[in-house]
Design a binder for this molecule. Structure first.
Ligand SMILES: Cc1ncc(COP(=O)(O)O)c(C=O)c1O
Length: 389
């Protein structure tokens, strides 16, 4: 017999971890001012690209002497540009605790083939021992591991007088968490995450020390044009003023501007963080009252408020084989999706079977609260179907 479904439905069922929900109130009208059919190098086009850079700087409090560029190929493009342009001058510590961090290790080990590479890895649900990281080497890490929901607690483990560069993939952290830019030499993100923009372009932030490295070191490997940040040993400053390397989508640029204006209108970074925290709080209260579900990340100090990852703690679930667990997790997510109340909340394919709820700043906490009883319903439904089978 089918169980009763909850009475309340989220008004926005979008809980994907990327592309993430658009900001509240968004419609296509938000793009009506886009500079379409014009050169991105026109005065108008460049002004819009420059505005994305400066509004991002203001909201995030990025120091005035840091360069901010809009680069090709989303967050991956920005991270790869940094890895290929900067690494190799000294040894590197590569940190990973989920799929994306592990991917950066693979690139540096197998593509760049760096000899002096130490990889520090932790399992899903945890992060590495940060006291073991040597910041006199270069350090590559992900601030918030999107596929496990584990994040660094802060940047206190990075010394101010470090010898190496810290290269930080912050795509699911920025605009929802404090990043301590003075501890970071390279920061990257893409538009489709916390502010719910469109996927296409990456943001690349460089500290003065990162620029110094670019101007004093030439990697031994070739660099394709879309990765090149220097010319004749000098930084190409235009890239950091909106003169993008290749053609951007001005529709995406307009949408990014809309999201930044929205962020300002609600009170900037403090409000963005509070909105994300309210989502985590809603899930925490719900988890605390249930036995069948728990956070994948046990330690609240390293638990993400954006990519909120859940595991099934139910003894029946635990007794299943791993293939069956994966089927149950998928079915729970699918039923919620089929009911039209929660899209894209299956765990990541490489993560342990579970659910992942995006709690970034564009998600309304009333929607998060409305979703949660549907997870109870869906899990009970699958469990009783399986028990009857
Ligand atoms: C931590 C992290 N790094 C990199 C990526 C890849 O981002 P993009 O698709 O913007 O290149 C993602 C996407 O979810 C991510 O979460």
């Amino acid at each position: 017999m089918a169980l009763m479904t909850p009475a309340i439905r989220p008004s926005n069922p979008r809980f994907s971890s990327g592309p993430c929900a658009k900001r509240p109130g968004w419609s296509l009208d938000a793009l009506s001012g886009a500079s379409l059919g014009r050169s991105h190098r026109s005065k108008d086009g460049k002004a819009k690209l420059g505005e994305v850079i400066e509004r991002s700087r203001d909201i995030l409090g990025i120091p005035a002497d840091y360069r901010i560029g809009i680069v090709p190929a989303s967050d991956t493009g920005a991270v790869e540009m940094a890895l290929w342009s900067l690494l190799g001058a000294r040894g590197v510590d590569m940190l990973a605790w989920e799929s994306f961090g592990k991917g950066w290790i693979t690139d540096v080990a197998k593509q760049l083939k760096l000899d002096d590479l130490r990889s520090l890895e932790a399992d899903y649900g945890d992060i590495v021992d940060l006291t073991k990281v040597d910041c006199d080497r270069d350090v590559v890490f992900t601030w918030n591991g999107t596929t496990s929901g584990a994040r660094v607690p802060n940047g206190d483990w990075i010394p101010a007088d470090r010898g190496g560069l810290t290269i930080c993939d912050a795509t699911s952290a920025v605009f929802a968490m404090d990043l301590q830019f003075d501890k970071l030499d390279v920061v990257t993100w893409s538009w489709q995450k916390v502010l719910g923009g469109e996927g296409a372009h990456g943001m690349l932030v460089l500290s003065p020390r990162a620029v110094e490295r670019l101007e004093s070191y030439t990697p031994s490997w070739p660099l394709p044009k879309i990765f090149r940040l220097t010319k004749g040993g000098k930084l190409i400053e235009g890239v950091f003023k909106g003169e993008t390397i290749n053609t951007p989508s001005m529709l995406c640029v307009e949408d990014a501007l809309d999201s930044l204006r929205w962020a300002e209108s609600i009170g900037g970074l403090a409000s963005l963080k509070a909105r994300s925290q309210a989502n985590l709080q809603a899930v925490s209260e719900w988890v605390a009252e249930r036995d069948w579900v728990d956070f994948l990340v046990g330690d609240p100090a390293i638990r993400s408020s954006t990519s909120i990852c859940l595991k099934f703690a139910d003894p029946w679930f635990q007794s299943l084989g791993s293939d069956e667990q994966a089927v149950v997790a998928k079915t729970v997510a699918k039923q919620v999706e089929d009911a039209g109340v929660g899209f894209d909340l299956g765990g990541y394919r490489d993560a342990p079977p579970g659910l992942r709820l995006w709690g970034g700043s564009t998600v309304e906490s009333e929607d998060m609260r409305a979703l949660l009883p549907w997870l109870d319903w869906s899990f009970e439904e699958v469990k009783s179907q399986k028990a009857a089978a």
